[in-house]
Design a protein around this ligand. Structure first.
Ligand code: NAD
Length: 364
């Protein structure tokens, strides 16, 4: 079936109204909606509005809460440890990022460790916030309570999809590298299970070690429209990049999970606080101000020259020039802002069903 094209402002208003109806304050609901639709606009449908039914379910189960602000556990000036106390991820992570930006603007560098955040969504969003303030940033993330990914050479789940993002504020060519350390993000399996873009045939691994691209390997049996539970399937997503990606995933778990105190992906199926089914993001972020280091001019000149040179490499396919990290997202954003956000019919149906269950009427 063809995708449903929804104009971004209409989609954002619908998602905002869903979260208001679910008990959120208008400002918080609007921030979450903006983040989710922003992920769709960037082309990361896995971290967009397809998540809404699951978020509403988590709210009902008390896994995540509106109206919580990160509590400062330890404040060292240029570094701080924050506990989000299971506040809505998009809200608490944005606040942690604002703090990191403020501290880096004061000290030249800042490290912010955030733990116990609800699902924070697309990590590149936080690197983009830092870019707007002229800062370089690095965000190392894990998902406590979510074991989905098999280590290199393994046929059993051990890691979360542990993403990482790095932003470089190059004037005229801002770059954001942002990816999961799994071969595909879990949301991409969700999108594939909703009839969207199929998975690569080697994205998943079964308990017998056989490679697969079938979402049932992660979710077990599921209805065409409705919640998917990654706890139900027999298989795992594979770590990207063989031993290197697998090692990077391990380090993300250690830095974002063990170091922040939010906990690693496992062992065991119980999430933070001992609750089965609850997941929480940990995020260790580093912010650097080239202006404070005295290298702002050199960084801009040298980084721009180098980035342009990298992008000028002769393409293998003349119709597909070399792109730099963040550029596919910028292109998709421009396209989707103009034409609307394409949603898989199952995703759109799930969203409308959630809206109707909460008494939100879709605007005609
Ligand atoms: P992906 O595999 O699509 O890779 C995206 C990165 O690769 C981007 O930096 C993009 O600019 C770059 N890229 C893509 N195509 C390119 C090309 N042709 N040339 C050059 N660069 C290119 O991303 P993913 O691993 O599927 O992750 C998707 C999203 O999921 C990310 O935004 C990530 O933050 C998010 N995520 C979040 C969590 C969480 O717990 N909150 C967990 C996992 C993933």
């Amino acid at each position: 079936m063809d995708a449903v094209l929804v104009p971004a402002p209409k989609l954002e208003a619908l998602v905002r109204d869903i979260f208001i109806a679910a008990g959120g304050a208008p400002e918080e609901a609007a921030g979450i909606a903006q983040h989710l639709v922003g992920a769709n606009l960037a082309g990361h449908d896995s971290h967009g509005v397809a998540r809404v039914p699951r978020y509403v379910d988590w709210l009902k189960q008390g896994f995540v809460h509106f109206g919580r602000r990160p509590r400062i556990v330890m404040d060292g000036g240029a570094f701080a440890l924050l506990d989000a106390e299971f506040g809505f991820g998009q809200n608490v992570a944005a606040e942690a990022t604002r703090l990191g930006i403020e501290r880096a603007q004061a000290h030249g560098a800042a490290v912010i460790a955030l733990r116990h955040a609800g699902h924070v969504g697309r990590i590149g969003h936080y690197a983009e916030m830092a870019l707007e303030a002229g800062l370089i940033s690095l965000h190392i993330v894990n998902v406590a309570g979510s074991t989905l990914v098999a280590p290199f050479g393994g046929a059993e789940r051990r890691f979360s999809t542990a993403p990482i993002a790095i932003g470089a504020p190059i004037e005229g060519r801002p770059l954001v590298l942002d990816f999961a350390t799994s071969l595909v993000a879990e949301g991409k399996v969700l999108v594939a299970s909703n009839g969207g873009k199929p998975l690569p045939p080697d994205a998943l691994v079964g308990p017998d070690g056989a490679l697969s691209g079938d979402p049932h390997m992660l979710y077990g049996d599921y209805p065409p429209v409705g919640l998917r539970n990654p706890g139900n399937g027999p298989g795992a997503i594979r770590a990207f990049g063989d031993h290197k990606g697998s090692g990077l995933a391990l380090m993300c778990e250690l830095l974002a999970g063990a170091f922040t105190g939010g906990g690693c992906a496992g062992p065991g199926g119980a999430g933070p606080g001992g609750e089965r089914g609850r997941i929480a993001n940990g995020m260790l972020s580093l912010y650097l101000s080239p202006a404070h280091f005295g290298t702002a001019e050199e960084f801009q000149r040298s980084a721009r020259e180098y980035a342009d040179w990298v992008a000028s490499a002769r393409p293998i396919d003349p119709a597909r020039p070399v792109l730099l990290p963040g550029e596919p997202e910028a292109r998709t954003r421009a396209e989707r802002l103009a034409q609307g956000v394409p949603l898989q019919p199952d995703t759109w149906a799930g969203l409308l069903r959630t809206a109707q269950a909460l008494g939100v009427m879709e605007e005609a």
